[in-house]
Design a protein around this ligand. Structure first.
Ligand SMILES: Nc1ncnc2c1ncn2[C@@H]1O[C@H](COP(=O)(O)OP(=O)(O)OP(=O)(O)O)[C@@H](O)[C@H]1O
Ligand SMILES: [Mg+2]
Length: 512
């Protein structure tokens, strides 16, 4: 067997904490090798070791059969290893080409010929079917396109082995399909890929083999054709996982959230929410289904006070919340799991314990007469870390050092624990492993059963169908229909999301 990369017996510690304990991963030439494991299992850490960002305490790395020391990312590039990070590292107001040549070797004279570089970018883009305009500005292109720029960057530097760390977490279903085609193209052109994803469907669709790790230890490597999602989930979590959460019918009571004729504009002053009406009752979960960019973000930001409302009204139990400050809205009884956890969810430089107390530290019982009782902060943090299975070396660890999924679990724990009248969950399970998704879905349903109102925004149709009691379809800034999950299908929902009214279709059929 020809291995292009071998990581043998890798150990990586942070202080006393062992993030990778004797892990082995072997990448064959021309394969897509999935790396699967729970949140905090040590996947990103292992890939950061391979990319030269961390030095392992023990173990060996071989590239094309030869032992190497990957001292830094430049060394990784030299060896033909490229990495596409989950959070892109692009300069917004630079062009595609400028971003790609940034930091790469200058020419002999110390000059970079932009036109020559753009030509090479265009050629690579065509070779791999990436469809990227070398002169487009980053700020003007979609997230999916930005990711392709990151891919081009690695190819420009001559990458033969590509690492993708959760590349599909921030993509729309359409973009995911395109990325899968791109990965297949890369393989056809002779590259090899390591792919991290929590989506078992994607693993089954594109990978050749899967290496599973659990709590920093290697569990094994299996051939995709010889396994199935249930087995993968069990290997990774160590128990069986239920993919569909059981729930009893909802018993909605009084209206909690009422949104009336709401209009909201984005940063460029374009109307994104248009005269929108929506209500959520106590004891029900309303799911908002829609294609990304149809006003979901602006709607949530307007309800939570992060964005100004142009016209219309938002009330909570009859109390007017329109254009109040976010803190005031929080105090009135709104919990918010934000779409962008780094921007609105966490202070990354603070310990995770402070982050867990972020909404409550100044109130009783944590604060008295303006003095914060840090013992109580820690106690609260410890309780939530325990209950929500937030895997962290300690409560005082900086939020930044937690794995992506564990940051998310900490935010969910903080918001649900406050027991708000209205819980807004925007893409709550983004980046979570299958076990954690099951747990979070149960918590959302539990809030509902306690008589709270829950508003769920998700791009995953199966999540919307599984968890919601009622689905509001958003299109072009308005709710165009409301349906019950048991009375629709993913196909019908898909049509509605694309702006086609089913009633209109039926009417037409009736006329004929
Ligand atoms: N710089 C660091 N300092 C301290 N601990 C760290 C650091 N980086 C990672 N860890 C810890 O190592 C463990 C593994 O983290 P890692 O990011 O590798 O997980 P992951 O498998 O990528 O998870 P996810 O699926 O949530 O992204 C986590 O418990 C994390 O808190
Ligand atoms: Mg990770």
């Amino acid at each position: 067997m020809e291995y292009v990369i071998e990581m043998l017996g890798i150990r990586k510690q942070f202080g006393d904490f062992v993030a990778n304990d004797d892990i082995t991963l072997q990448l064959q030439k021309g394969e897509i090798h999935a790396l699967l494991g729970e949140n905090g299992a040590g996947k990103s850490t292992l890939m950061n070791v391979l990319f030269g960002l961390y030095q392992p305490e023990a173990g060996q790395i071989k590239v094309n059969g030869k032992e190497v020391q990957i001292t830094d990312p430049n060394k990784a590039n030299e060896l033909g290893i490229g990495m596409v990070h989950q959070h892109f590292m692009l300069v917004e107001n630079f062009t595609v080409t400028e971003n790609i040549i940034l930091g790469s070797e200058p020419t002999k004279m110390g000059l970079i010929n932009i036109r020559k570089a753009a030509k090479k970018v265009k050629a690579l883009s065509e070779q791999y079917g990436l469809n990227v305009d070398p002169y487009a500005k980053i700020e003007d292109i979609s997230v999916g396109m930005q990711q392709r720029v990151e891919i081009l960057k690695t190819l420009y530097r001559g990458a033969e082995m590509l690492i993708f760390d959760e590349p599909t977490a921030s993509l729309t279903p359409q973009e995911i399909e395109e990325l899968i085609q791109i990965m297949k193209r890369l393989i056809a052109e002779g590259k090899s890929i390591i792919l991290i994803t929590h989506k078992l469907k994607e693993i089954m669709e594109v990978s050749d083999r899967v290496t599973i790790i659990r709590k920093g230890k290697g569990i094994g490597t299996v051939t995709t054709a010889e396994t199935n999602p249930d087995q993968l989930a069990e290997m990774m979590v160590g128990r069986q996982v239920v993919f569909k959460t059981e729930k009893t019918p909802a018993h909605p009571k009084e209206v909690i959230l009422q949104v009336e004729n709401l209009t909201v504009t984005d940063n460029r002053n374009i109307e994104r929410v248009k005269n929108l009406n929506l209500s959520v009752r106590a004891g029900e979960i309303v799911g908002i289904a829609g294609i990304d960019g149809n006003g979901q973000s602006e709607l949530i930001e307007a309800i939570t006070g992060l964005r100004k409302v142009s016209s219309g009204k938002v009330t909570l139990k009859g109390k007017d919340l329109t254009n109040l400050k976010p803190r005031k809205i929080t105090e009135t009884g709104v919990g918010h799991i934000p779409q962008d956890r780094h921007k609105h969810g966490l202070v990354l430089d603070y310990p995770i314990s402070y982050n867990i107390a972020l909404q409550t530290y100044y109130q009783k019982p944590i604060s008295k007469a303006g003095i914060i009782d840090y013992k109580k902060v820690n106690k609260l943090a410890e309780a939530i870390i325990e209950e929500y299975d937030v895997r962290t070396p300690s409560p005082s660890t900086e939020a930044r050092a937690l794995s992506g999924g564990n940051q998310q679990k900490a935010i969910i724990g903080r918001e649900v624990n406050r027991d708000p009248e209205l819980l807004i969950a925007a893409l709550p399970t983004r980046g979570l492993d299958v076990g954690a998704i099951e747990f979070i879905h149960r918590r959302l349903i539990e809030q509902r059963d306690k008589g709270k109102a829950v508003l769920l925004i998700s791009f995953e149709l199966d999540e919307v169908m599984n968890v919601s009691d009622s689905i509001a379809v958003i299109h072009d800034g308005s709710i165009i229909d409301t349906v019950k999950p048991q009375e629709t299908t993913e196909q019908k929902l898909g049509l509605l999301m694309a702006g086609q009214s089913l009633h209109a279709e039926q009417d037409k059929v009736g006329d004929e």
